[in-house]
Design a protein around this ligand. Structure first.
Ligand SMILES: *Cc1c(COP(=O)(O)O)cnc(C)c1O
Length: 376
């Protein structure tokens, strides 16, 4: 079977291998069969290995949904009665977590920092000290909206010093940036199958501390479909997802995981780094400025600022590239007009060189001056 290969430079879903795509073509199976439960049991165990989690202490729980379901589940399930949540917020994805708190009517502190800066740890500690009722702290590892990497190990050390639980949105780092759940002081991390695992959309998972999940059995139940303990307990007792799993997506995730281990943690991260460096070189050569300073970049997302050129049109450049098999993506910052180029997926530096040939053509074809210009 010939499948057209597109190079996706958007922040997920990412370019997949044909073997992952084809892993979905399987005989029909009822997911309540033992064979399928066995597949998920192995998948849950293997997911722990990505973050070097000790299976005695950690568990993984699968959900049917995009990555946002993990944020929803963690926030609504892990807050004891009478306690408060702290969101350390320097971007769009932590803002999403704050919105989850609002929707559930949960007491929370939205500790905001500029989107192009790392959180100030002294301020984080001050808030923890002044609010002993904070039981849950949440932040984002790689703020995919800008590409800034947050210092989770340092934040986690503070969170634990003040006796709270630390949940981290690692959707855009897990299975790319090496993570060690225990050394990084993380109690719960999360991702969806279509990002670092380079599999399909529709399957998400949370990896976290088993004892805390079991404790949460007695916390207020705020959602029926999205409760962490209920899903965990059902998996432990039956091996199955509480409700119908995304069957074919699970097969693709199993294949993605197999390819992840075959490539290897370090080799895969080295490849993403090669791709990221090639993106930055290309942007630099064309004169583009970026939002996040180099030493703070997570190494996966470049946020380039729109040039000051009357002919610049993101849509036109996007369409030109899209027609030639390359997808670029708008930014997610309210104050600056940006677009993003991401190093996720089954791509390598040659794909980026090929992309920049097309991208430069697109600029010239639409009348944008190259190298691009900025007024100030
Ligand atoms: C992609 C992503 C998500 C999930 O977004 P969905 O639209 O639900 O797939 C959550 N957090 C981060 C940091 C992400 O990059």
């Amino acid at each position: 079977m010939e499948i057209k290969r597109n190079v996706l430079l958007n922040p997920g879903p990412s370019t997949t291998t044909d073997t992952v795509k084809l892993a979905q073509v399987v005989p029909d199976i009822c997911p309540r069969e033992k064979e399928f439960a066995e597949l998920m049991r192995t998948l849950r165990k293997d997911l722990l290995k990505i973050v070097h989690a000790d299976p005695e202490k950690y568990t993984s729980v699968l959900f049917c949904g995009s990555g946002t379901i993990n944020i929803d589940v963690c926030i609504n399930s892990l807050l004891p009665a009478g306690k408060k949540i702290l969101i350390i917020n320097n971007g769009a994805y932590s803002t999403r977590a704050a919105e989850v708190c609002e929707y559930y009517g949960l007491p929370f502190i939205n500790l905001k920092f500029p989107v192009d800066e790392r959180p100030d740890l002294a301020k984080v500690e001050q808030v923890l000290k002044e609010n002993p009722d904070i039981a849950l702290v949440h932040t984002t590892h790689n703020e995919t909206g800008t590409g800034i990497l947050n210092p989770i190990r340092e934040i986690g050390a503070l969170v634990h010093k003040y006796g709270a639980v630390f949940t981290v949105d690692t959707t855009s780092t897990l299975a790319m940036v090496p993570i060690d759940i225990e050394k990084d002081n993380v109690d719960f991390c999360m991702a969806s199958a279509q990002k670092g695992l380079m599999a399909m959309t529709g399957l998400s998972f949370i990896i976290g501390n088993k004892a805390i999940v079991e404790q949460s059995k007695d916390y207020p139940k705020r959602s029926y479909y999205c409760n962490l303990y209920l899903q965990y307990d059902f998996f432990e007792r039956t091996g199955e997802m509480h409700f119908t799993p995304p069957v074919q997506t699970v097969y693709a995730a199993v294949q993605g995981l197999k390819e992840y281990f075959a490539e290897g943690e370090q080799a895969k991260w080295a490849r993403h780094t090669r791709v990221f460096n090639a993106i930055n070189e290309g942007l630099d050569r064309l004169g583009f400025r970026q939002v996040i300073k180099p030493e703070w970049r997570a190494g996966l997302v470049s946020s380039a600022i729109y040039p000051d050129d009357a002919n610049w049109s993101f849509e036109k450049v996007h369409d030109y590239c899209y027609e030639r098999g390359f997808t670029i993506y708008p930014g997610k910052i309210s104050t600056t007009n940006t677009f993003r180029l991401c190093a996720l997926g089954a791509i390598d530096e040659q794909d980026i060189r090929d992309f920049f040939v097309v991208f430069e053509e697109a600029l010239k074809a639409t009348g944008v001056t190259v190298p691009v210009k900025y007024n100030a």
